[in-house]
Design a protein around this ligand. Structure first.
Ligand code: TA6
Length: 278
């Protein structure tokens, strides 16, 4: 298989390289900034990921949409409010280590390395999409890891979708005063939703408007975050059209800060999400 006819690195904006994949199984785009999957479309299907038309493509600003890699913490830093929300690495350029193409898929590996740690993203794009994040601590200090694969799924109308797989689990409702609640059945979105579910199992998004179903599987993360900003919060986001709260739902493989993983020197942790659509 001629890799060069399938994988190209192009400038999405000046100084902003993106891996562009055109494979028989799918098309996809991965920005080196944040090792950020921007788009993935299995052949013969509709685009699976939401990407804001107002997304900003410059160093230091996370792309609104796709699959942000939130690492090494989730949401606000546990102790330092001066640090950016959702960690450091979604706002930084990563090194493109390799791209390999075979009959089934393309695999891209991107890494960020410092004196203390290395984070490696392995992104497999084919008839399904898998994003895996491996963290390695190579310092003498312990390293606390939390974060999320913060996937934005494109939907026809968020008010019409059904999210299954979270029934009979507890969740932390972070809208307003944080409250632990119990999910008795399927999840529907008719308001701002920002919930951390105690669930490591698969979740299915049914979209009657787009007439499709998206399966989200995960490994190595104990929580599933479901988020939609709804009207008011969407209007406050400058990189999101006001009406686009209707066009996506986030279903995230997450390690919430109070469930952080401790890595000693030489230890590695891996978490991943696998997405398929039908
Ligand atoms: O994952 C849900 C969440 O933490 C929400 O609270 C909201 O802040 C969202 O992430 C988006 O965060 P961002 O920093 O990308 O605007």
């Amino acid at each position: 298989m001629n890799k060069h006819s399938i994988v190209n690195v192009e400038e999405h904006a000046p100084g902003y390289p993106v891996v562009s994949v055109k494979h028989p199984a799918c098309t996809a785009q991965v920005a080196l900034h944040g090792a950020h999957v921007m788009a993935w479309c299995p052949t013969g299907q509709q685009q699976v990921l939401y990407l804001s038309p107002d997304a900003v493509y410059r160093e230091g600003k996370a792309i609104r949409g796709g699959i942000p890699i939130c690492w090494p913490w989730f949401n606000a830093h546990p102790s330092d409010s001066s640090l950016p929300s959702h960690g450091l690495v979604r706002n930084q350029f990563w090194e493109l280590e390799s791209t390999d193409a075979n009959e089934e898929s393309v695999v891209a590996k991107l890494r960020r390395t410092t004196d203390q740690w290395t984070v490696l993203a392995t992104i497999r794009m084919g008839t399904s999409l898998e994003v895996a994040v491996e963290s390695t601590n190579h310092s003498d200090d312990t390293l606390m890891i939390s974060g999320a694969l913060h996937s934005y799924f494109r939907v026809g109308d968020v008010r019409e979708i059904t999210i299954s797989g979270l029934a009979d689990t507890d969740y932390l409702d972070t809208v307003g005063e944080h409250t632990t609640r119990h999910q008795t059945d399927e999840v529907h979105i008719d308001r701002e939703v920002d919930r951390y579910y105690d669930s490591s199992g698969p979740v299915r998004l049914e979209d009657p408007v787009k007439k499709r179903s998206i399966l989200i599987e995960k490994e190595g993360s104990p929580s599933t975050v479901v988020w939609n900003p709804w009207i008011e919060k969407a209007a406050a986001l400058s990189d999101l059209p006001n009406e686009d709260y209707l066009a996506f739902a986030c279903i995230e493989a997450a390690i919430i800060n109070d469930r952080a993983v401790t890595l000693n020197k030489g230890e590695t942790h891996r978490f991943s999400t696998r997405i398929s659509a039908e």
